[in-house]
Design a protein around this ligand. Structure first.
Ligand code: CP3
Length: 345
């Protein structure tokens, strides 16, 4: 499981491993060629396609981890919230008042509904070289809740925040949490070596709310999973948070924190590296620069990390968020190559 232990040794030095969120996606001609003939949901829900889409960037760019090609919003579809992609996600049913909670009824059992993810992971397990890590993922409870309430992640999430006090947050968790936990278990049983929980919306909250609401729910999930699968590393990615938030997480059941590019990476690794691996955190926009400008940024990144005195065994290189749609794929390729060649300690 090279992302964590058993990292590659290159001429007596250890290589920093690297993977990107959304490493399979619209910037990549491999994805676009499949997308020409299939809609996004079919691509996620057909295990052969999901496996092939996941493998595309692994073969071409040699990332150290594969992340299942899927999406975070399927738990809401399971509860009859009417998910469509056009091309961004839209929910038919919005949790805009507490009485809507009674409409959230599961269409199927989790084991039947999430079979597409389990089957894709089983195919990936066979296809993927053994030195690569296979990651599954879900949306963290708060980000799923904001999609349920707002139908998306736009604006300042005032209605989601109001919902903390009118029964929607509590009611949503009661319905969703057992199902979300089962979703993660199904991915692990399917062969995922690690699980990521993506909390893209959580940075909209102040620190007090962050502790009181999302973190409490997150800890319920991580505790349940660790009790059943103590050896499966769990990653929590939060966007738009910073060290004051990260410091408050204090979850012994989490193994990795993914951080966005606004956080100071060496300072975070120095302070929290004894508790977690830290993953990140270049700005995905930098991958749009011509190589003459991108290369010095990567070189400076490594110099900063190498000279920081941090425990680099606890660092996983990656983006501060996901690969953007118009990223030139050559830059993805050259960035991974550059990291593999130069980020050696
Ligand atoms: O390689 C990987 O990382 C796996 C792929 C992946 C997708 N979605 C595929 C996708 C992952 C990890 C996700 C997670 C996801 N989905 C998150 C959390 C992480 C993040 O990006 O913040 C969120 C918030 C979603 C919800 C979602 N799904 C959005 C906002 C969109 C629109 C994307 C956009 O940029 O417009 C989707 C659709 C989606 N999910 C696409 C892909 C490749 C694009 C679909 C298409 O039109 O082809």
């Amino acid at each position: 499981m090279g992302l964590y232990q058993d990292r590659k040794n290159i001429n007596g030095k250890t290589q920093v491993p690297v993977w990107f969120m959304r490493q399979a996606g619209r910037y990549h001609d491999h994805y676009q060629n499949i997308r020409k003939n299939s809609d996004f949901v079919t691509m996620c829900k057909t295990p052969d396609l999901a496996c092939e889409i996941t493998m595309g960037p692994m073969r071409e760019f040699n990332f150290d981890a594969a992340i299942l090609f899927s999406d975070i919003l399927y738990p809401l579809e399971l509860f009859n919230m009417g998910l469509v992609y056009n091309p961004g996600p839209k929910m038919d049913m919005k949790l805009d008042s507490p009485d809507k909670l009674s409409m959230m009824k599961p269409a199927q059992s989790e084991d039947i509904y999430y079979k597409f993810q389990a089957d894709a992971l089983k195919l990936l397990k066979k296809e993927l070289p053994t030195d690569k890590t296979l990651l599954g993922f879900v949306g963290a409870p708060f980000t799923l809740y904001t999609y349920a309430v707002e139908g998306g992640h736009a604006g300042n999430l005032t209605d989601s925040k109001n919902g903390f006090y009118d029964g929607r947050w509590q009611g949503f968790l009661e319905i969703l949490m057992p199902s979300l936990i089962r979703n993660i278990e199904i991915q692990i049983e399917g062969g995922a070596d690690g699980i990521c929980l993506f909390d893209t919306a959580v940075g909209e909250l102040d620190i007090h709310d962050f502790k009181e609401f999302p973190l409490a729910a997150l800890k319920t999930v991580t505790k349940a999973i660790k009790a059943k699968f103590p050896n499966i590393p769990l990653t929590y990615y939060s966007k738009l948070t910073h060290i004051d938030y990260l410091r408050e997480i204090q979850d012994d059941n989490l193994d990795v924190l993914g951080i966005d590019w606004r956080s100071n990476l060496p300072a975070t690794l120095k302070e929290l590296g004894s508790d977690y691996y830290i993953q990140g955190n270049i700005d995905p926009s930098h991958l749009h620069l011509p190589w003459e400008l991108l290369e010095p940024k990567l070189a400076r990144w490594w110099q900063t990390m190498e000279g920081s005195g941090c425990d680099l065994n606890k660092w996983i290189a990656g983006l501060g968020h996901g690969v953007l749609q118009h990223t030139p794929k050559e830059n993805v390729k050259m960035t991974v190559e550059y990291i593999h060649k130069n980020f050696l300690y």
